[in-house]
Design a protein around this ligand. Structure first.
Ligand code: SF4
Ligand code: SF4
Ligand code: SF4
Length: 350
């Protein structure tokens, strides 16, 4: 590995020579603002929020696309840099609805966060705003062009990571929006409704359709494993008042921040009133709720009885695709190692 030495905000660092200035800064805890960068994707350089001053260079440079060099001296928070970022935000907000009070994204919106941090207000001095174009043809999510800052994250996630390529930039200039090849609605495109574009959108332009009413500071995030298949994608369940109100993907080695349509959008069954959340015992033809302790007692009594009467092969276990790999592993271990039978199968083969 070849390394280079450089200075960022008066901090001397040594990093891999393949890194960009932004990656080098991140590696030592110096955060550089950006609206179009994602470490999983190729560099786009669209938003320009990540500009920095590099000694010896007359112009500001975008840190996401500038490679580190030996002896480089970088400043990320000079007056010139701050003014450039403020101007970029002004231009973005000139073409944006002043809607933060009721916008579902408020509190979780990078554009709003940066406007606050850099003290930039809505002003719309041109008096022009993009036509209100909303594509709500997809059953799971909605696109609002007025809140779109054309960062391109959705397009790149869809083509590079999801590998579907359902959406792209359409039209030109002021009329540019995110759309589908024939501009006839997401429902008529190749979209598989994975929602990965929704997960990366930094503003309220792409939002889940059935979003429950909550602000980001009202929810608790509980990291868990998606129960829909054995891949084991990691998710954060967003809970408010003991109710699951949303799901967000976790960036880790298993799913790298991606999900499929089931993991992303299908969580309402968790709160459904018909869902069983206690064991039931059928007595005289009627199901009655019992405690887990009582259920285990009954299971143990029956296992002991039939084991004594008929031996291990009188048992069979049927497991589920809705369990994690680890749970399925434990289930077969229980049958093979404890009950001593190989009568074990899985619902996927039924
Ligand atoms: S997308 Fe962000 S900046 Fe725009 S209205 Fe919604 S919260 Fe405000
Ligand atoms: S939901 Fe998935 S397939 Fe559809 S546009 Fe978004 S990323 Fe592409
Ligand atoms: S919809 Fe969201 S992710 Fe896509 S370009 Fe617009 S702001 Fe960026």
């Amino acid at each position: 590995m070849k390394t280079v030495k450089l200075t960022i905000d008066n901090k001397e660092i040594e990093v891999d020579s393949s890194l960009t200035v932004m990656q080098a800064a991140n590696s030592v805890g110096i955060k550089i603002p950006n609206l179009c960068y994602d470490e999983r994707l190729d560099i786009f350089g669209a938003c320009r929020m990540c500009v920095v001053e590099i000694e010896g260079s007359k112009k500001l440079q975008t840190s996401c696309s500038t490679k580190v060099r030996d002896g480089m001296v970088v400043h990320t928070k000079t007056e010139k840099v701050i003014q450039a970022r403020r101007e970029i935000l002004r231009l973005l907000l000139d073409n944006h609805p002043n809607d933060c009070l009721t916008c579902e994204k408020a509190g979780d919106c990078l554009l709003q966060d940066y406007a606050y941090e850099y003290d930039v207000k809505f002003r719309n001095h041109t008096g022009k705003i993009r036509d209100r174009y909303i594509d709500d043809s997809n059953p799971f999510y909605v696109y609002d062009a007025q809140k779109c800052i054309l960062c391109g994250l959705c397009v790149r996630v869809c083509s590079r990571l999801q590998v579907t390529g359902a959406i792209d930039f359409v039209n030109r200039g002021f009329d540019t929006i995110i759309g589908t090849p024939f501009n006839d609605g997401l429902i008529n495109s190749d979209c598989v409704s994975c929602g990965n574009c929704v997960s990366v959108c930094p503003t309220g332009a792409l939002m889940p359709k059935s979003k429950e009413k909550f602000r980001t500071w009202e929810v608790e995030k509980v990291k868990t494993t998606c129960t829909f298949c054995g891949v084991g994608c990691q998710i954060n369940l967003l809970t408010k008042d003991d109710k699951v109100v949303g799901v967000e993907p976790v960036k880790n080695a298993v799913n790298e921040g991606l999900l499929c349509v089931k993991g992303k959008f299908s969580f309402n069954f968790i709160n459904h009133p018909d869902r069983l959340n206690a064991p039931l015992l059928k007595e005289d033809g009627v199901f009655k709720e019992i405690s887990w302790d009582r259920a285990y007692e009954i299971i143990k009594e029956k296992v002991d009885k039939y084991m004594a009467e008929n031996g291990p092969d009188s048992f069979a276990g049927l497991s589920s695709a809705r369990c994690t790999n680890e749970e399925n592993y434990l289930f077969q271990k229980l049958f093979r190692a404890v009950l001593k039978t190989n009568n074990i199968d899985h619902c996927a083969r039924l």
